[in-house]
Design a protein around this ligand. Sequence first.
Ligand SMILES: [Zn+2]
Length: 113
Amino acid sequence: MDDIFDRLAKSDFRSRFKLKDKDKLYIKEKGLDTIRRHAEDFIAKRIAPADILNDGKQTPMKGHPVFIAQHATASCCRKCINKWHKIPCGRELSAKEQEYLVNIIMQWIEKQM
Ligand SMILES: [Zn+2]
């Protein structure tokens, strides 16, 4: 998993994403367990289905720290997940794949904190 963080660090686009003070405050207020549940929920509803009509646009650039983390870790849409994490588009994500993405998102958030 460190390898993916090394690769992401070499991307100017991905490394541009950072948590702002208000994101960090929100995470501290909610606690990491709650943030993880939010991440699981976003991945399950917005990323995991086989067919996503607006793929590439389903993850806003702000509004929730997990959205920022998704852009930073290339787990924002199926095209990016295919390119960076080698998980094919066009089929539902398995529970294991969803857990893998959530783990990367949470690792990134913990590094930022
Ligand atoms: Zn994307």
